[in-house]
Design a protein around this ligand. Sequence first.
Ligand code: ADQ
Length: 489
Amino acid sequence: CEKQETRPARQRLLVVANRLPVSAIRRGEESWSLEISAGGLVSALLGVKEFEARWIGWAGVNVPDEAGQRALTKALAEKMCIPVFLDEDIVHQYYNGYCNNILWPLFHYLGLPQEDRLATTRSFQSQFAAYKKANQMFADVVNKHYEEGDVVWCHDYHLMFLPKCLKKYNSEMKVGWFLHTPFPSSEIHRTLPSRSELLHSVLAADLVGFHTYDYARHFVSACTRILGLEGTPEGVEDQGRLTRVAAFPIGIDSHRFIRALDAPQVQDRINELKRTFTGRKVMLGVDRLDMIKGIPQKILAFEKFLEENSEWQQKVVLLQIAVPTRTDVPEYQKLTSQVHEIVGRINGRFGTLTAVPIHHLDRSLDFYALCALYAVTDVALVTSLRDGMNLVSYEFVACQESKKGVLILSEFAGAAQSLGAGAILVNPWNITEVASSIAQALNMPPEEREKRHEHNFEHVKNHTAQEWAETFVSELNDTVVEADLRKRK
Ligand code: ADQ
């Protein structure tokens, strides 16, 4: 965000996401320190040159007092960020509740919560009310800062109600919405009690984007089957108004990864890792510790591989780096214990006094450490049960120009559609199939590895996050211009 301050005034892009790309730490009553998190979205938007981006979102902290809110607003303004203040109860019901307990599992085909039905219905209603209230609070902030000619880009499942709130304020506002998760089959979406309200609200946007064509098709089917609207090749039509629906597959800032490999601190780590794992092939998993990532399935498949290929038992190591998320949610705590239990059992079974087959870390790694790990890896394992795209697979490919390692990739990750020709695609639920894919990857001849890698590397290098953001924003701009033209005729 900071770089954009130096650019001349251009058309403004208001990027609205649940979280701002900063972490805020309170140092005193009116003093805050801010740390920019250099996520994919931040670098993607640095590439959108004709627009000047401003961020609107929650800063991730509860700030109940006015003095604190004033000070934080001022500090964030220097980073081109505008805060939405949410209190603890709203965060609990909207974010932990409706977003993470209902929409997240449903969109990843894990179904709705299975607790006592009445309790679920009651909590569902209050959580949905909080969701709408939170979305309205985001809309109030956007509306306050909106200037004529601005383009508004809303992100993800947290803000499905936002396009409608914004259009109510101003029907001329150019509004786009992009979903980072899968959009499930309409048969899954129709189980959601608030299915129609959410679809109608998203349709208030001018442009609706997904990572893959399949997700876009599921969305259009949901609108035709559940709402009875008409699907056209361009999107969904409702009473003569067209909402454009299309696929915009995200990428990564590939050059940042490729450049980092030459940095001395990465080279030092690469050499250290090579020394540590001399004589062993390195397999790698990097995930948020989330049920959608299929971590238990991955580890069980690795166990089956060791069982069936005893000649590899001392010759391969699986490094699983799992950054904990949503640690206050009981299902996530259960998942952590389950993973620890399986890892402990397998290490007990196949380990020796000097080496274990699995190194599992519950933590996040810094960018340079991650690049070094990607670079020394022989086989990367991505076994998501569902995943909107999965950027880890892209990052691995970007760091493999010299090693040309193999990517084993779940067919249920959006990335399977772009990296499928180079990767070994697997059904992560089929542990036997994943185990034999591990054997295939470890025994793959160098010419085949090279061919597969080149295919994926070309894709990752050329389809960047910057290009993704630029395409979405310029299509959003054009879509509305077209609509205006139609109106004028
Ligand atoms: P995520 O579910 O977070 O994103 P992913 O796309 O893989 O999944 O991105 C994860 C990011 O976090 C990567 O940049 C990765 O490097 C980083 N990361 C993960 N574990 C880490 C660790 N232990 N240490 C350091 N960094 C780690 C959501 C959707 C995805 C979609 C993206 C972007 O769920 O499907 O691809 O948004 O749209």
